[in-house]
Write a protein that binds this ligand. Structure first.
Ligand SMILES: NC(=O)c1ccc[n+]([C@@H]2O[C@H](COP(=O)([O-])OP(=O)(O)OC[C@H]3O[C@@H](n4cnc5c(N)ncnc54)[C@H](OP(=O)(O)O)[C@@H]3O)[C@@H](O)[C@H]2O)c1
Length: 375
């Protein structure tokens, strides 16, 4: 392997380690300490109040880290004050103290307390620093954190499965299954990378989905939280999503008895005044709950509202080679039109295609009128 390929291999390991944490509001970070071809330590960040990935790794080295290389997915920090107000050793200083002689960083920090200064401090201390190895992968991995920093709301991934003629169910409502087993497994992998799965009450009533990750590995060991948009609490108490931790977003117009019954089942209720109940107002509340990456798996009505609010960052559209027809069969996007003329249509960029069994997945990023994707 070339030196560059070896570096990439260690950085990939650091990126995999970062997935072990669910550190919101902090970014996911992974770190590996390597000397020669021996891994001395691994670390990741698991959230506020827990050590940063570099600290975790350097505290657990199996040998002397003097002369070793640290691979880290985010620029080492310069923070000297912890969340508890106490003094802490910044990560760059920790590297110097441990005798690290080279640091390889995937991406710079956007936190103004560090932004570029962590790299400068390392260099000023005589440490050799290489930056931007697997940069795009690291930025994408930190998309929840970066979205909240840039826009105040989570990173929203829209996933839908339709027949080739655009339907999400048959006219009578039957929707199981549109796609094949390999495509459904891909959806579970997608869910595993998300902090929450959002549906509208229409989907809960029609399909009673479980909204959990099954049959694939869950690196953080934590299931994504279910989130249901349900203005008047029409959702049956017997629904499978009614379980501890599920977030239900409703209005002050909902019956108080229903709210109490859902709370008794362990659900977390977010209540907004009727005139404040919009996607734009709700998403920052989900960010406040620690949800950085959310997967929108709703039916056409709620999905249409997310697009009209321009609150979709990535599209995952599964197409099955099936036709069901029927003028009133549900579709992927419903409600008032997103465009009334073709030259006003939402366009997607960064398009990719994948095959899963007989099905096709098309992914892309919506372009919102001149606003380049920030994340
Ligand atoms: N193939 C797929 O990928 C897929 C995925 C999901 C669903 N589906 C299918 O979609 C169908 C259900 O469609 P649906 O459109 O009723 O489901 P939905 O979009 O999940 O739920 C719609 C309901 O959400 C509530 N809601 C709350 N806030 C909203 C907002 N800001 N904008 C719009 N709605 C909001 C509304 O009820 P309230 O006004 O009472 O709150 C609305 O009736 C089912 O046939 C299901 O099988 C398919």
């Amino acid at each position: 392997m070339t030196a560059n390929a070896v570096d990439s291999e260690w950085m990939r390991l650091a990126l995999r380690l970062a997935l072990k944490g669910r550190p919101h509001p902090n970014p996911p970070v992974g770190a590996v300490v390597v000397k020669g071809d021996v891994v001395l330590a691994r670390g990741w960040h698991d959230g506020p109040g827990t050590p940063h990935a570099e600290h975790m790794a350097l505290a657990s080295c199996i040998g002397d880290a003097v002369g070793a290389t640290l691979y880290v997915t985010l620029e080492p920090c310069c923070h000297t004050i912890g969340r508890d107000g106490g003094q802490r050793i910044p990560c760059w200083q920790r590297c110097v103290d441990a005798g690290i002689t080279r640091v390889v960083i995937a991406c710079e920090d956007i936190d103004p307390r560090t932004a570029g200064m962590g790299i400068q401090q390392l260099r000023d201390s005589g440490i050799h620093v290489d930056v931007r190895l697997l940069h795009n992968k690291a930025v994408y991995q930190q998309r929840g954190f970066r979205s909240i920093q840039a826009t105040g709301r989570p990173f929203v991934i829209h996933k839908v499965a339709t027949t080739l003629d655009g339907h999400t169910a048959c006219e009578g409502g039957d929707s199981r299954w549109i796609t094949s087993e390999p495509a459904r497994k891909a959806v579970h992998r997608l869910r595993a990378a998300c902090d929450a799965i959002i549906v509208g009450v229409g989907t809960v009533i029609a399909d009673d989905p479980e909204l959990t990750v099954r049959s694939v590995s869950l690196p953080s060991g934590r299931q994504p939280r279910g989130v249901v948009f349900d203005r008047t609490l029409r959702m049956p108490l017997s629904a499978r999503i009614v379980r501890p931790g599920t977030v239900i977003v409703t209005t002050t117009a909902a019956p108080k008895a229903s709210m109490t019954a859902l709370q008794d089942k362990g659900c977390h209720i977010l209540t907004l005044d009727v005139d404040r109940y919009t996607v734009e107002n709700i998403l920052p509340l989900l960010a406040d709950l620690g949800l950085g990456i959310v997967l929108l798996e709703a039916g056409g009505l709620l999905t249409g509202s997310f697009y009209r609010a321009r609150c979709v960052d990535e599209v995952n559209w599964f197409l099955a080679p099936k036709l069901v027809g029927g003028g009133s069969a549900p579709v992927g996007l419903a409600g008032s039109p997103l465009a009334t003329r073709m030259n006003g249509a939402i366009e997607l960029t960064q398009m990719r295609m994948h095959r899963y069994g007989v099905d096709v997945l098309i992914t892309g990023r919506p372009v919102w009128e001149g606003r380049e994707a920030e994340i």
